[in-house]
Design a binder for this molecule. Structure first.
Ligand SMILES: [Zn+2]
Length: 293
């Protein structure tokens, strides 16, 4: 297995890792790697080799006898060692091949900085969120784009049905409710059995691109793209993972009063701040769904 530094000047190989991977939070790792924690694992010294770029290596002795080796061109830390020990300590995040070992745990969390939160409650984006000054979308009345919406829904349904013949495919979102204003995109929800979710995820990601603003979750994955000039979203969820796309759509279809309120909300935020629009929309969706259950 191979590993390399950021600038690729230095490469190493390691036969196998001797133990599981730990995320080390100690202050020295935090500083050395400029990161909240460092993925680390032992490897047999006899199976470790520098493949190239040894002339670029530097070492820092962070404790007496412990050397941390890094590339002097780009600063990547690659391994650490105690010279008298029969193993080296690999910075696993620099490996280019999958080491095929389990993550065993977090160590030295006693050194964590209280503000440095990286837990489950921190938002995850596949790439990054919209900029803070992003404007809410310009709107078009749904009646003006029914033809292109129908075409996109048809194309999405056929494409997804070929990949996932047993999935439930529903046109959801504003373009699925007559009379709503919409930003012109088309959303479909794809629901599969929990047991089939991972296979469905793999099949769809061959065909679609992840939504840059959302990271895949265990039971929910969002894709987005464009087909013949129309933007679309594909929301894959596992059966039983109550997301409410269909319930929200049906509530609006059934009540002209709710649809009117949603239109008013959209128009009120048009070309205002995207964050404020999203917050208002989330509150509205939550209100509607809580009335459904
Ligand atoms: Zn380098």
């Amino acid at each position: 297995m191979k590993g390399s530094c950021l600038c690729q000047a230095v490469e190493y190989s390691v036969e196998s890792l001797a133990g599981p991977v730990y995320f080390c939070h100690c202050e020295k790792c935090r500083k050395a790697h400029a990161a909240p924690f460092n993925a680390t694992a032992g490897a047999d010294r006899a199976g470790f080799r520098w493949l190239k770029g040894e002339e670029h290596l530097g070492a820092f002795e962070s404790s007496p006898g412990k050397k941390r080796w890094f590339c002097r061109q780009c600063g990547s830390h690659l391994v650490a060692e105690w010279e008298d020990k029969p193993y080296v300590i690999v910075r696993v995040a620099t490996m280019d091949d999958d080491p095929g070992v389990e993550i065993k745990g977090h160590i030295w969390v006693s050194h964590d900085l209280p503000w440095l939160n990286y837990g489950e409650d921190v938002a995850r984006y596949w790439e990054k969120p919209l900029p803070a000054d992003a404007k809410a979308p310009a709107l078009v009345h749904g009646n003006e784009i029914t033809k292109s919406v129908d075409q996109t829904v048809k194309w999405l349904s056929q494409t997804i049905h070929r990949l996932l013949p047993s999935a439930r495919i529903e046109h959801v979102g504003s373009s699925a409710v007559p009379g709503l204003y919409t930003k012109g995109d088309v959303d479909v929800m794809v629901e599969v059995l929990s047991a089939e979710f991972d296979d469905a995820h793999r099949a769809l990601r061959e065909c679609f691109t992840y939504n840059a603003e959302m990271a895949p979750e265990k039971q929910f994955v969002s894709f987005s793209g464009e087909h013949r000039g129309s933007a679309y979203g594909v929301q894959l969820c596992a059966d039983g993972n109550k997301i409410g796309f269909v319930e929200f759509r049906d509530a609006l279809r059934a009540s002209p009063g709710l649809a009117q309120r949603y239109n008013d909300l959209k128009l009120q935020h048009q070309s205002g701040s995207m964050d404020e629009y999203r917050a208002a929309k989330a509150a509205f969706v939550e209100e509607i769904l809580s009335n459904q259950s």
